[in-house]
Design a protein around this ligand. Structure first.
Ligand SMILES: Cc1ncc(COP(=O)(O)O)c(C=O)c1O
Length: 396
């Protein structure tokens, strides 16, 4: 049987996954620092609220609209209006998730074999999403500077571009490094993409979670938002309920298309064709969107406070091993040079029952790191930090 080369043959379990399976089968209590779902970390919306939001009588009727129901798009307009940003509902396409939004944009912009520039380090799904659409990734670096901040290495981005590049992807704030896009970076990217006739895709799923290096105020002053920004290139902003409300199970994301009117409208019409071919977004969640988005302040405050509390705890216990983080749900732990990240993560799991991701999963181009989620229950998190401290002391 011929199977598409989009999915590689012989995917094998690594040592961490094998160890995890064994420990779970033995019933060992693990301190899980990979948790990415707020509900599993005790930050769930009440069940009744979710049931009530999903039981609109209108959900019994099907309206196959490629951009999504007008009321849903108005609710998304309201999400931006709450931050003083004006968005045209006709420039929005609802999607089933942010991941699907990427796939739709790849179909819009790329032929098979074309490329998109992605940040490194970054969230590991990009290579899969690109492969599934038969395109290539062209990595550029995020640089950790002497001022202890991450920024886009513009030289490496220029070097990653070639005549098959169709888009530059920015994650704002990045995951897991946690740096927000700065306004000066945005201006450079906007004119670079306009000059080359390529698109800018900005993923803002973690926008609402500034962590300011663990302080409630200050920091992040220069962060530049994509949605609603003045710009000249064709630009797409991706977001969704998965992160903005901690509701990955609802499967509702969106794409906001902006840029010079004629190009933007051509993109919107083509996105209609892509969306219309699948019509993936479920009617009940589209009707629930306004009610769910009204819970934004409550949920986001709870998630942000949890992340800040855990980040402070991590900084107190691990000190400078925790790299500064401006936003998002993760933090990065620096390891001694020459540490084998994957082997170290497996030993940590086997001997101290702390489960975390090694940095190589996120393709850090230099240095050695662990990546930890800031979502877990604070008591569990503190115990995990103490075990991690003991483990790191043994590595030095
Ligand atoms: C930066 C980033 N974008 C998008 C996604 C995917 O989100 P969704 O659940 O909406 O597909 C993730 C998931 O972790 C992410 O980290």
């Amino acid at each position: 049987m011929h199977f598409s080369s989009r999915i590689p043959d012989g995917i094998t379990e690594n040592a961490i996954a094998r160890r995890l399976r064994t420990l779970r089968a033995e019933g060992v209590e693990l301190l899980d620092l990979t948790e990415a779902n707020p509900a599993r970390a005790g930050l769930a919306h009440p069940d009744e609220t979710l049931y009530a939001a999903l039981t609109s009588a209108s959900s019994c009727f099907y309206e196959p609209l490629p951009r999504g129901l007008p009321a849903t798009r108005e609710a998304i307009v309201g999400y931006y209006a709450a931050d003083g940003i004006s968005v045209d509902p006709e420039h929005l396409h609802c999607t089933a998730s942010s991941s699907e939004a990427y796939s739709m944009l790849f179909k819009l912009l790329c032929d098979a074999g074309d490329g998109v520039c992605i940040p490194q380090p970054s969230y590991p799904l990009f290579s899969w999403l690109a492969a599934l659409d038969a395109i290539t990734i062209q990595p550029y670096r995020l640089r950790y500077g002497s001022d202890d901040t991450w920024s886009i290495d513009m030289t490496s981005l220029e070097m990653a571009l070639d005549n098959r590049t169709r888009a530059v992807i920015i994650v704002n704030p990045s995951n897991p490094a946690g740096n927000y896009l700065r306004s000066d970076e945005f201006r450079i990217l906007d004119s670079l993409c306009a000059r080359r006739g390529i698109a800018l895709i900005i993923d803002e799923v973690f926008w609402d979670y500034p962590l300011n290096n663990g302080s409630q105020a200050g920091g992040c002053a220069l962060r530049q938002r994509s949605a609603g920004a003045e710009g000249i290139c064709l630009r797409f902003t991706i977001n969704g309920l998965s992160k903005s409300l901690g509701l990955p199970q609802m499967k509702l994301g969106w794409i906001l298309s902006e840029g010079e009117a004629r190009t933007r409208d051509a993109a919107l019409a083509r996105l209609d064709i892509i969306a219309d071919s699948y019509l993936t977004v479920s009617t009940p969640v589209m009707h629930a969107a306004a009610t769910l988005l009204a819970r934004r302040p409550l949920m986001q405050n709870a998630i942000r406070e949890r992340c800040i509390c855990n980040l402070r705890q991590a900084m107190k216990i691990l000190g400078p091993a925790i790299l500064p983080v401006s936003g998002g749900w993760n933090a990065v732990v620096a390891l001694p040079e020459n540490t084998d990240e994957e082997a170290a993560a497996e030993i940590l799991l086997r001997t101290r029952h702390v489960y975390l991701h090694p940095g190589d999963l996120f393709d850090f181009s230099d240095g050695r790191y662990f990546v930890i989620s800031l979502l877990p229950d604070p008591q569990l998190f503190r115990r995990a930090m103490q075990r991690l401290l003991a483990f790191l002391s043994g590595l030095e």
